[in-house]
Ligand binder design. Structure first.
Ligand code: DQA
Length: 142
């Protein structure tokens, strides 16, 4: 059975409460449900992780991603500056899809640049929860 790793970065634990006009009113638990449902439909296993700590995310990926069929990651603000996370994603040699709930190209200028995106096969931004589902569908088809 294929195993996918789905990671959410800093402040995504506040989904549903945080700027709902941008990120929606559904919570991280709702997102986890949607991701698990999609993985089940695809006949795959999924491991989910969220942390506000860059190092914890990197440690989690080191431990969990090797041997997996793909990583779906919303690095949140880490996308805009974390070269350590970029290096981690490159080092793992597992296909990566980067997801952003909001359209980072239609917001503040600093959000348009993602340093981690270079490590990804593709980036989905602005499609909300659907982005995670589409990323899983893509990875399942590899
Ligand atoms: C985000 C966009 C980032 O710019 C921001 O820092 C986030 C969430 C998104 O999902 O739209 O925390 O990654």
């Amino acid at each position: 059975m294929k195993r996918f790793v789905v990671v959410n970065g800093p402040n995504l634990d506040l989904l549903g409460q945080r700027e709902p006009e941008i990120y929606g009113t559904r919570s991280l638990a709702d997102l986890a449900r949607a991701v698990r449902k999609k993985a089940k439909q695809l006949g795959a296993e999924v491991v989910l992780f969220q942390s506000n700590d860059e190092g914890a995310i990197i440690d989690f990926l080191h431990e969990t991603a090797p041997g997996s069929a793909g990583i779906v990651i919303n690095p949140a603000a880490l996308a805009h500056y974390s070269l350590a996370l970029y290096d981690c994603l490159v080092a793992l040699d597992v296909p990566v899809v980067e997801v952003h709930l909001s359209n980072i190209h239609a917001r503040e200028e600093f959000r348009a640049k993602s340093v981690t995106a270079r490590a990804a096969r593709g980036v989905i931004a602005g499609l909300g929860f659907r982005g995670y589902e589409l990323a899983l569908e893509y990875l399942a088809g590899l």
